[in-house]
Design a protein. Sequence first.
Length: 121
Amino acid sequence: MIVSQEEFDRWIQEALAELPPRFAALADEVSIVVEEEPSLEVLRDLELESEDDLLGLYQGVPIDETSFFQPAGELPARISIYRGPILRLCRTKVEVIQEVRDTVVHELGHHVGLDDEEMPY
């Protein structure tokens, strides 16, 4: 599937607009960025063999682990959405929007401290 960066970004905005209110509020707390592919370092750290095994990544301190006494200099929470793997997985715009939505919800689940097995879908 060939999709321009602008069109993919627009689809991400559509996916974010469709989030249930409780997830939309959480999405306001994190930076959501689009990257073409996960880096080799990320794949190595997560012990993944293929970039197609990772559609998104949460980086930050989950809110259930933060405190007033958190050390200064912590980077803000961030969700990376990996455009290449999503486009290789999906065949239609509807599938891309649904996958982006699912990926954002999954990564927001990590933001609130959920493990993969505890995700809301």
